[in-house]
Design a protein around this ligand. Sequence first.
Ligand code: HEM
Length: 947
Amino acid sequence: MQQIPPSGPPKLPVLGNLYQLGALPHQSLWQLAKNYGPVMQFHFGQIPAVIISSPEAAKEVMKVHDHASCSRPSLAGTRRLTYNYLDVGFSPYGDNWRFMRKMIILELFSLKRVKAFWFVREEEVGLLIDSISEISASASTLNLTAKCYSLTANITFRMSFGFNYHGSDFDKGRIERVLHELDTFYGQIIDEHLKPGRERAEEDMIDVLLAIEKEQSQLHAGIDTAALTVNSAMADLLANPRMMKKAQDEVRGRVGEKGRVTEDDVENLEYLKLVIKETLRLRPPAPLLLPREASSHLKISRYDIPPKTMIYVNAWGMGRDPNYWKNADKFIPERICPAINMGIITVEIVLANLLYCFDLKLPNGMKAEDMTMEEKSGVSLTVARKEPLLLVPVNWLNKTEEEKPKSISKSIALLKDCISKRDFTILDPQMALPDVPAIWLLILLLLPLVVLIIRNKINLSGRKSSNLQKLPPPGPPKLPILGNLYQLGAHPHQSLWQLAKKYGPVMQFHFGRIPAVIISSPKAAKEVMRVHDLASCSRPSLAGTRRLSYNYLDVAFSPYGDNWRFMRKMFILELFSLKRTKAFRFVREEEVGLLIDSISEISASASTVDLTEKCYSLTGNITFRMTFGYNYNWSDFDKGRFHELVHEAEVVSGTISGEECFPRPFSWIVGKFNGHQARIERVFHELDTFYERIIDEHLKPGREGAEEDMINVMLAIEKEQYQLLGSKSRFRRENIKAVFLNLFIGGIDTAAMTVNWAMAELLANPRLMKKTQDEVRDIVGEKGRVTEDDLENLQYLKLVIKETLRFHPPAPLLLPREVSSHLKISGYDIPPKTMIYINAWGMGRDPKYWKNADKFMPERFAESSLDFKGQDFEYVPFGAGRRICPAINMGITTVEIALANLLYCFDWKLPNGMKAEDMTMEEKSGVRITVDRKEPLLLIPVNWRNK
Ligand code: HEM
């Protein structure tokens, strides 16, 4: 039978058709396809290829003959870099590819996993917005292209390796170079599968483009493609101010004054999604997709394609073909059918935040119409803009209400939108408006506008009068010098909760002369920690924290600003990444083992154990060892004194001193007599001497074989920063010492208290104790110890811990925040410099949100999706927003492994014939950050395995 090869341009003996490939191969191939047809033969030197340039032919390749055309050509570079095709992107069709692709789809990029990384995306986008805000504050020019690359690289790197490479000791320049080289080297990429059941060519095309983006973001090229898409979308919006306005109106209208766009909001941003889809049509990041290879003989549009032929699909050309797209070369997001779900979450969240937070202007008086959309030339998998996108950002959130466009302009946009929709209907006849005379149409459109104007006027006049009169939150009456201090009982969070019942969930309270607001409802807490997070996430300046944190060089007490951002990033990426948490597993397991051994000895002599003391000792040992590389029992440190010191440091940090509370001369008198300042100085000097000694020990040569610890990580960062920035380095010796305080105060008491409270509650509820022990013993069997591998199966134990954190949050008022600019919370005005306390303890016990709120019932969490990750504001034991505890994983794992082993290894009895119902749950009194049981837990352990 006669074979019909596709036609193509004439080829030269050695070069084949390479001489016809211009600076932009996808464009040259598109021009050639106009002469030679949508299935065109093309020789890359000796290698035969077919270029597909119509949706019909693309459908034949990628749908009808998908199976026979979904292999990949074998190229020397891809073979070497993929360890002989052990990957997904370049592997030929076969068992390995099927297995690896399944693994990628089901394990690495399942919807669940993609969602689970929300915090990485939101945090990195937050850092990007903060850094652009700084540029905007100095009215400088921003290189958006560079920022987009850096952001998507950070996200991809962090999701892949658990840390941000900018915060690591890798050579960043080299990483970026390698990624770029890889990208250029591969030449062309992408694997695509058309979704079944799409009839219209447009939708097929969009699916192709979307699939490219999705797949790309799963592979290494995710860095480039997401950045390119954001960059192209911004460039097109800047060149089309009407669309820019429409996209910004939508995002700002939906998100309101919250300060940031979160992934929850993205779902509702319809127009934004259309913008991204239109960007992918007009500027697909990988214009020729990834090359395919025919594995058996194929017939495409009656042409014969022999095996081993490479197949390129020109997505770029098809996206601009006037046969399929009206005004094909124009950027018109409205043309796109909104029904297709995209899920390109990285692109969505970045673009939404950029549009929301900033008004972006072109530099040097450049106008929208001066913008060019030229592409970078060269053979590369992805194609970027030729010029980087240089812009001047103006922080929209800093604009006053008057500067922001009023809702009237929204109405005009709405009207314009409606009119433009008539244009849109031409593309989609099903949605055509009935053919009514134009005047009626105009009246119909103007009617809601008139109503809007009237409503707007009423709102404006209302707002004007309310602006004049500030409305402070209600609160209990205050005395002249004391303020409301006289109303603070022995348990401040309890007194404040009682007062809130009378004065409401946003309550004013004066600590002497210091104004504070106490938040006691999830709604108000959400307003503070989500909507106004940025304006309320600073920390107050207090004498104790200032001194002990070396003038705020730490994370926990540092006010919002450069230092805090840098230190928090270091904390999260270096000290408490998932990887580091896992690496310290041996420390936790070994220390818990030592605890169990020591309790076993007590149990052998049937004596009583002070479990509270044991819990503190355990978390102290773990924290000490993770920080300094050894257990302090092995050193000559005075362990008792060290504990006292940490304890004193916490009291000093949690207290507002008399000098701060009272106006002069009272402050002077109080300061003179209460000795607060002297105490701060004493604690500071003792701690500082201790730190110096430990650091000196670590700097001594010959510690190579020692355990990995956090001090070494920080000393390495100090060295690196010094080498990079010299005396301008942000990370100095004082930063390291300041972080120690955070590690001790944050790590020791909180986890110990949680174990302590959980044990107390279980002892008071023998049924729950039995249920928890049965679970642990069933699952762990006769192994002798619970290891961290067992933890994920201990579902009931997890519920017990969740319920403990609801009922006894270790930091009942979290850490105080301070407002940095004027805020409105639930209609009340809160001026800058006001302290904000969130009553997590009260909200966790509010019967409005919890059934049988005053009962310890772990089962309540079995059916509920409530979690402590800062999304559910009635349950915030770790805080929420920017200041959320950065060590949740480490804290929870420590509590789980300790509690599981205590319950597994021993049965616990109350001493002196005490019964479960005799147990009290009274709290220790005093003004402190954390609150434990009043009485230590004295118990008789009985070794279960000896029974
Ligand atoms: C069960 C264990 C833990 C609980 C319940 C807990 C709770 C909290 C709470 C309530 C906050 C204040 C959040 C806010 O202001 O909104 C916080 C902040 C913090 N926690 Fe934790 N924490 C725990 C474990 C840890 C551990 C193990 C460490 C480190 C060793 C740690 C270090 C910190 C730091 C540094 C901050 C300050 C973050 C900032 O201001 O940016 N925490 N934690």
